[in-house]
Design a protein around this ligand. Structure first.
Ligand code: A2P
Length: 357
């Protein structure tokens, strides 16, 4: 990787944007120049990178001429308009939004799973949904060994996946709740639901979720779709998995839940393999798998935890066990930092694939 490249980050002021900046520096990505782009609200703000101050530009007026790689993470609506513009001006766009993921002409890439797809790009490469990325990193080696007929997944998704404002919502609710606590008060006369409702109302202009998230679980990520009322997030897991694994026959059933965790998504993943695959064999395969860290000695209380996955790169897999209720059934618990492997790290690894060529 001798060549240095000109890099742009659209959404540089957001949660994924900040993580992109951190990881570019950590991995010593060969940067010739770096441009930070966000909304007009942030124009002129300064972002520190590698000891330098970079002034934020407004996306609406930014030119992409001279940028080699543009990471987009400012929402699907912005990507739909500006990613084709950036590609037209000569940049390769690595887009973290859902705008192009299911476009047959746009590769959807997880470097551990389908790196070859990246090279077929026509200017835009899509970065998959965070929940899908960590699941396919864990499942691809098992798929290669035994095939996968069906996946049943439930996600426990952290608030950082919904952006910086969502992190702030949980922080405000925790602080608000703590301020009302004095020893034993919650047991005696405090109606927690009412109290959280009041805190939620007081901060409503700043909230992201439709309900308080502190002390709660919300089974609703993205809008409800179709006659079955699956959420967008759940359908992303279904369709993106098939596309990345390049196998439309895999059946996927997903339930996605937002939980009051700041960093890292967790998932229970139940699979039915085509051929028998013992839990020990699955463990041995995952111990060698790229991007995976096996954390699976439950009797010593060693299993993946979101608190310890935050800020780290691997997809952690544990609680691997036979599912005796179906033939060839296996259960897994999969945890990863949604802003890193689920977003920024995966995008940068895609860029690194391009640089290898
Ligand atoms: P800004 O900070 O100027 O609003 P997050 O996912 O953490 O909420 O971050 C979203 C990112 O997308 C931010 O960098 C945000 O910039 C950017 N963004 C949101 N709306 C626009 C827009 N209309 N034009 C350009 N960037 C936008």
């Amino acid at each position: 990787m001798n060549k240095k490249v000109h890099v742009g980050i659209v959404g540089a002021t957001g949660a994924v944007g900040a993580t992109l900046l951190t990881i570019l520096k950590e991995r010593r990505f060969p940067i010739a120049s770096l441009r930070c782009i966000a909304s007009a609200r942030s124009q002129g703000k300064r972002i520190m990178f590698d000891g330098r101050e970079i002034e934020v530009e407004d996306l609406a007026s930014a030119s992409f001429k001279g940028i080699d790689i543009a990471f987009f993470s400012a929402g699907a609506e912005r990507s739909k308009v500006y990613a084709p513009k950036a590609a037209g001006e000569g940049a390769v766009v690595i887009d973290n939004s859902s705008a192009f993921r299911m476009d047959p002409a746009v590769p959807l890439v997880v470097p551990e799973v389908n790196p070859h797809a990246a090279y077929a790009h026509k200017g835009i490469i899509a970065n998959p949904n965070c929940s899908t990325i960590q699941m396919v990193v864990a499942l691809k080696p098992l798929y290669d060994a035994a095939g996968i007929v069906r996946i049943v997944v439930s996600s426990y998704q952290s608030v950082s996946g919904a952006g910086a404002k969502a992190v702030y919502q949980l922080e405000q609710e925790i602080k608000g709740l703590a301020a009302h606590f004095h020893e034993g008060a919650w047991q005696i006369d405090t109606d927690i639901e009412e109290l959280l409702g009041k805190i939620y109302e007081a901060n409503k202009s700043e909230t992201v979720f439709p309900y308080p998230i502190c002390s709660n679980l919300i089974p609703h990520i993205g809008s409800f779709q179709g006659e079955d009322d699956y959420t967008q997030e759940e359908l992303k897991m279904v369709y993106e998995t098939k596309k990345i694994m390049e196998d439309d026959s895999i059946q996927v059933s997903a339930t996605c839940v937002r939980v009051p965790v700041f960093w890292a998504h967790s998932e229970t993943v139940n699979i039915q393999t085509r051929k028998p695959l013992a839990a020990d064999r699955a463990r041995a395969i995952l111990a060698q798998a790229p991007g995976v860290e096996l954390v699976d000695t439950p009797k010593d209380r060693v299993y993946p935890l979101p608190l310890f996955a935050g800020g780290r790169d691997p997809v952690y897999v544990g609680r691997i066990r036979r599912d005796p209720s179906i033939q060839n059934g296996l259960n897994l618990w999969v945890v990863a930092d949604n802003l890193r492997k689920g977003a920024a790290l995966n995008a940068i690894q895609i860029a690194e694939l391009l640089l290898k060529r």
